[in-house]
Design a protein around this ligand. Structure first.
Ligand SMILES: Cc1cc2nc3c(=O)[nH]c(=O)nc-3n(C[C@H](O)[C@H](O)[C@H](O)COP(=O)(O)OP(=O)(O)OC[C@H]3O[C@@H](n4cnc5c(N)ncnc54)[C@H](O)[C@@H]3O)c2cc1C
Length: 429
């Protein structure tokens, strides 16, 4: 049952200015009869946002969220857990509010296959869901084998910790067990990958821990790139807080790792000497989550091409891919970006199911990084999507100033915590 009119919809969009921030108004009121059935795979940043905002925009739409885990552990602030600033409970979120307060049907199961022709999703436990629209937000999977010797079994010895949870705890346990004066190796992948500033924030948080507990230790960042996100700001922070502790080795100086030997805890760069470590955090190359590969949504590079105005798949009609799995550059693969895309996607689906026109979308992203507990840096951007795809809006956003004083860095560190608390409440609250 549809009570809204096209004019009403456009007025609502207009009053909000941007689609990604307008999603709090119902555009399709509930009338007892479902206005369509949407299935969402993945209850992380993209999928959970999309589920909640679809229900808020269009309460008459039936929304089913399929998530394989019973709770969600965020990668944002998992580096702070490694640094000993928080424990894992701080970054663990539950689905009760989505289910009880927002009317999302949450099924804990793994989506195993998608049939785009029949418009069905098969679940591991045996049942099959039908959909009018399907949203796929599975995050990332790893390109096992891209680095010789590094497979899922090897990740028990050399954790990636690039999906938060048991791997985060495993890496923290290894840091606690290593000797004072030991070597921690962090191997960062080539672009594109989840969270461009993540490996460098991780080095910072590990340095924070080592500085207190094992101050003679060293961190070597082996990098498959010759530069990285917020590099001047990170390097300035490392010099101020952890002088001599962190060494960054770019690709051009032998930073790209091509093989590992788990038994001898050694990494082998493409050129230069092998290096042993007491703790090795291997972050391998990535691709869209497995279900996107199985369903044929991903292209050669492993990521999923979409219409960047609606996030509908370029391959299959009525299937939308959001978050890390989607090709959305220049937006980074971040939680903020995934959530922003989740809101645009919810609007796009609500409009489509209501026979209404999709308004002009806009997106935003802010990435805070903690260099120390009282030392934060950030980068922010606003994007719009036109016929040419997603583009940055010139003059909007920016990066923390290089010459900021300690009060500024400290304020940014507290904004980082505020950002985390508000986005997680917005998504899972
Ligand atoms: C160390 C680190 C720090 C980070 N810090 C930040 C930060 O400060 N700010 C920021 O914005 N971003 C940050 N990120 C990036 C952020 O975590 C990701 O960009 C974000 O999680 C992407 O959202 P998503 O919805 O695409 O995937 P996810 O949030 O990973 O959600 C995917 C979900 O899908 C589920 N799933 C997958 N396949 C299936 C299936 N077949 N069936 C059922 N369920 C399935 C998974 O269990 C998971 O819950 C960080 C990442 C890392 C690694």
């Amino acid at each position: 049952m549809r009570h809204s009119t096209r004019r009403h919809f456009i007025e609502l969009i207009g009053s909000a200015g941007a689609v990604s921030s307008m999603a709090a108004w119902p555009i399709v009121a509930g009338g007892g009869q479902s206005a369509g059935r949407v299935v969402i795979i993945g209850g992380g940043f993209g999928g959970a946002t999309c589920a909640k905002y679809l229900r808020r925009i269009a309460p008459a739409i039936t929304v089913t969220l399929v998530e394989r885990e019973s709770s969600f552990v965020t990668c944002p602030f998992s580096n702070a857990v490694l640094g000993g600033l928080y424990d894992i409970d701080f970054i663990t979120h539950h689905y009760d509010a989505l289910r009880d307060a927002h009317g999302v049907e949450v099924i804990q199961d793994r989506a195993s296959t998608i049939d785009p022709a029949a418009k069905t999703v098969a679940l591991s436990a045996g049942s099959t869901l039908t959909y009018d629209k399907l949203v796929v937000s599975p995050g990332i999977d790893f390109q096992w084998g891209a680095i010789d010797g590094y497979d899922e079994a090897a990740s028990e010895q050399m954790p990636h910790a690039w999906k938060a949870g048991p791997q985060t705890l495993q890496l923290r346990k290894q840091l606690e067990a290593m000797p004072n004066g030991g070597v921690v190796i962090i191997a960062a992948p080539r672009n594109p990958f989840r969270c461009p500033p993540g490996p460098y924030e991780r080095a910072s948080m590990i340095a924070h821990y080592l500085k207190q507990a094992k101050p003679r230790s060293k961190i070597l960042i082996y990098d498959a790139k010759d530069t990285f996100s917020k590099r001047p700001l990170f390097e300035q922070g490392w010099k101020a807080l952890y002088p001599g502790m962190i060494e960054w080795i770019p690709e051009s100086e032998g930073g790209a790792i091509e093989a590992v030997d788990v038994r001898s805890m050694t990494v082998h760069p493409t050129f230069g000497d092998p290096q042993t470590g007491d703790v090795i955090n291997m972050i391998p190359p990535q691709k869209a989550g497995a279900i996107a590969q199985v369903a044929g949504l991903a292209g050669d590079g492993g990521w999923c091409a979409v219409d960047q105005r609606t996030f509908e798949s370029a391959v299959h009609k009525d299937i939308y891919v959001i978050g890390d799995a989607a090709v959305a550059n220049p937006m980074p693969k971040s939680g903020f970006a995934a959530s922003s895309q989740g809101k645009v996607c919810a609007t796009s689906i609500a409009a489509s199911l209501s026979g209404l026109e999709m308004p002009e979308p806009s997106y935003s992203n802010t990435c805070y990084s903690l260099v120390g507990p009282d030392y934060g840096i950030s980068v922010a951007a606003v994007y719009r999507a036109g016929a040419e795809g997603i583009v940055s809006v010139e003059g909007a956003g920016g990066i923390s100033p290089k010459d900021a004083d300690t009060a500024f860095r400290s304020a940014e560190a507290s904004y980082a915590v505020g950002w985390y608390q508000s986005i997680t409440a917005d998504i899972w609250g």
